[in-house]
Design a protein around this ligand. Structure first.
Ligand code: FES
Length: 725
């Protein structure tokens, strides 16, 4: 039974816990209404019991205030645990003063509004408060609490703080005044994974000329990321990414009212404290934003003045581990490299095999890391084209990525295909057998950056259903892992049901990985195994703890209906052709709209969609595609020897890929069915047409040679087509 709480009831008030600046940002970002209700629940006017205990254990506390000139400052006061105490739930006593030179020393007077932030560095817990200085002297501060709330650890890195013996050296340290950043202070900032930012509503405070409500005042917040997340533009300007937070927008809200900030950096190794104050500007659109992992927007900081206090922090700091959220964020160097990688997306890049792991009797995973350290981005569910040399010949195949975006490698999970005994050195099986048997750790392969439209949308709140068979589970695993990572970042997740099909238990792969994914999803992910030929002795049942699989036979609409309550779902379908078509048809017969079914086929023929068949029947798709010419002059430029071959193409010559091959060219190709993009070329003259719209998104002016044919000319002349291979 729970103990009755002694917690005092929060006073009911009509006033919003957020001021106009915070509300303006919340409004702009579409969370104002939700935060209004949420804020009233989580922002208190007193210290809960657990906050009182929390502050009492801390070795340091961060305080933010604004000086008489309107400059905000972030300050730190340290002491032996116990130096912060509370006689009741509306008062805090801090037995300590800021280090020498800190403007807080002279600003502490009764009535000063300050913001406070406590962090338990080992376990990354944090709580915040705003308060008014009741009285202050050379021994410390007495504060009256106005607001308190707890915060998630988010981007706080775990650290330990050792000994407090050098407090005296802190007190004798001499602050060095700063007007601009020099090499030493730039190096400190460049290597920082953490800093603290103070902001305030000072302008409001002044214009009001009277006591302000609790939601106006000063604030101090934590900012964390990977070293290199702060851009040092020049001697006095920094640009800082703003990551997804708690949606309160205390700092950005203060910036809109009073565009100034105080920053505090602590050097882990030397204990130096760098304290700066300056002006800020919110940057809503930055050209590198789309390449900067985690950045939702940015803000610039222009130094006005500050000081460096060498050995000003009296603790030895030991880094323990980065926050899991920090791994989902980028740096400026990575953003620039990614931008460059995106701009040269069509080029082959060298990768090394860093791990090779068997997943089942027939599937092996290959972990690939880029030679230049830059992993081009991808979305969960996409594939890439892999090129290997077999018998001295380059061979290309598309493989879906089974790892999640945001990791430092691509993981490709490849099924060994049975090679024909009559033709062991040709498809099918040529590349998969080579990868399984010959490709080893450290070997070099070439890849083209990932592509594909079969991607998972984590922003949608609609429940998702994923249906996979055999090796079709690979993009689904990437999607599930991505959903879990996004849940860490955004603290929201759409419910996902997975139907995973295999012939037998021994042929299924990733069983443990899927089990872990399900176990870590807090009930948001449910996975059902369907085995068509389960081994004798396996236990079938819906109680997963005591069963080996859930359904026997082939996936059908009865199984789907027995698991899914009636709802509006997005479906993701991936597997061999037969499975795809029958499952797609089952979903349609259950009344699912074609547009709600996302599909990726692992086989030579693409899924026959109802919408496509209907539009073909009505002539829409044919109208969208140009008419294929009966004949055309085709010029093929050879990239290597610069020669040009000009020949007459006729309908019997089939696709341009077959035509080029028949004239001695060896263009790149992989799937030969319009899904992978490996055969894409730029058209230098003329237009092409397709018998049916290719699955791969062809860019304007490009052609997929494997399924393109010359388009007829509108002027009744023989069309002329030109491209380079
Ligand atoms: S070879 Fe895959 S789209 Fe042409």
């Amino acid at each position: 039974m729970r103990k009755a709480s002694n917690e005092p009831k929060q006073k009911k008030t009509d006033r919003s816990p957020f001021h106009q600046g915070e509300q303006a940002i919340q409004e702009r970002l579409g969370v104002k209404q939700a935060m209004e209700a949420f804020g009233r629940k989580v922002i208190r006017d007193h210290l809960p019991e657990q906050h009182r205990e929390f502050y009492n254990k801390l070795p340091f506390i961060l305080l933010g205030h604004c000086d008489d000139e309107g400059w905000p400052w972030a300050s730190i006061i340290s002491g032996a645990p116990g130096f912060i105490s509370s006689k009741d739930n509306t008062h805090l006593r801090i037995n300590g003063t800021p280090p020498p030179g800190d403007p807080l020393l002279s600003a502490i007077k009764p009535g000063t509004k300050i913001g406070g932030l406590g962090i338990e560095p080992e376990n990354r817990r944090r709580n915040r408060f705003s308060a008014i200085v009741q009285q202050a002297n050379h021994t410390g501060l007495d504060l009256t609490i106005e607001q308190t709330f707890g915060n998630c650890p988010q981007y706080i890195q775990a650290r330990t703080f050792e000994s407090h013996s050098s407090k005296s050296s802190q007190q004798t340290a001499k602050p060095i005044a700063i007007k601009r950043l020099d090499n030493k202070t730039k190096a400190l900032i460049a290597g920082s994974d953490t800093f603290y930012v103070a902001s305030s509503t000072q302008a409001e405070q002044r214009s009001a000329g009277k006591a302000l409500p609790a939601h106006y005042g000063a604030d101090v917040s934590h900012r964390g990321g990977q070293p290199g997340f702060i851009e040092i533009v020049n001697d006095n300007t920094l640009i800082i990414p703003d990551y997804l937070g708690n949606n309160h927008y205390n700092t950005l809200g203060n910036f809109t009212v009073h565009p100034r900030a105080g920053l505090l950096f602590i050097d882990d190794k030397s204990g130096d404290l760098l304290t700066l104050t300056g002006s800020v500007e919110i940057i809503w659109n930055h050209p590198l934003q789309k390449y900067f992992d985690g950045a939702e927007r940015f803000w610039s900081f222009t130094v006005d003045h500050g000081f460096l206090l060498e050995k000003g922090f009296p603790f030895k700091i030991q880094m323990q581990s980065y926050s899991p959220n920090t791994y989902l964020t980028g740096t400026w160097a990575q953003a620039r490299a990614l931008q460059n990688a995106e701009e040269t997306r069509d080029q082959w890049r060298g990768f090394r095999v860093t791990k090779k792991k068997p997943e089942s009797n027939t599937i092996t995973s290959f972990y690939l890391e880029p030679e230049n350290g830059i992993l081009p981005r991808f979305e969960a569910g996409q594939f890439l084209n892999l090129q290997v040399m077999i018998n001295g010949q380059p061979v290309i195949r598309p493989y879906t990525i089974s790892s999640a975006p945001g990791q430092r490698h691509y993981r490709l999970s490849v099924k060994r295909e049975q090679a024909s005994p009559l033709a062991p050195n040709s498809a099918p099986g040529l590349v998969s057998n080579f990868l399984h048997d010959a490709l080893q750790m450290g070997d070099r392969v070439l890849i083209k950056p990932p592509n594909g439209k079969f991607v998972f949308n984590t922003n949608s709140t609609r429940p998702a259903v994923m249906l996979a068979a055999g090796i079709g589970i690979t993009p689904i695993i990437s999607m599930l892992k991505h959903a879990l990572l996004e849940n860490i970042r955004t603290r929201s997740m759409r419910p996902i049901t997975v139907f995973a099909c295999a012939r037998s238990a021994s042929e299924r792969s990733f069983t443990e990985e899927l089990k872990n994914i399900e176990a870590n999803a807090n009930g948001f992910i449910s996975i059902y195994w369907i085995l068509s030929r389960p081994e004798p002795g396996l236990i079938k049942g819906l109680h997963k703890q005591s069963s080996d699989y859930q359904f026997e036979g082939r996936l059908n609409k009865q199984i789907i209906q027995s698991v899914l309550p009636i709802d509006d779902y997005d479906f993701y379908l991936c597997g061999p052709d037969g499975f795809m078509q029958s499952t797609y048809d089952s979903l349609l017969s259950l009344g699912v709209k074609d547009a709600k079914i996302n599909a990726e086929s692992f086989g030579p023929s693409a899924l026959k969609r109802k919408s496509h068949t209907e539009s073909l029947a009505s002539g829409d798709a044919r109208a969208a595609l140009k008419e294929v010419a009966s004949e055309a002059v085709v010029s093929i430029h050879n990239k290597k020897n610069k020669q040009v071959v000009e020949q007459l193409w006729q309908k019997k010559d089939e696709s341009l890929l077959e035509f080029a091959e028949s004239h001695g060219f060896t263009p790149e190709y992989s799937c030969r069915n319009g899904t992978c993009g490996a055969c894409s070329v730029k058209l230098e003259n003329g237009e092409v047409s397709y018998l049916s719209p290719p699955a791969y998104p062809v860019k304007q002016g490009d052609a997929l040679l494997c399924c393109a044919r010359p388009a007829s000319s509108s002027t009744n002349t023989i069309p002329h087509l030109a491209f380079t291979v």
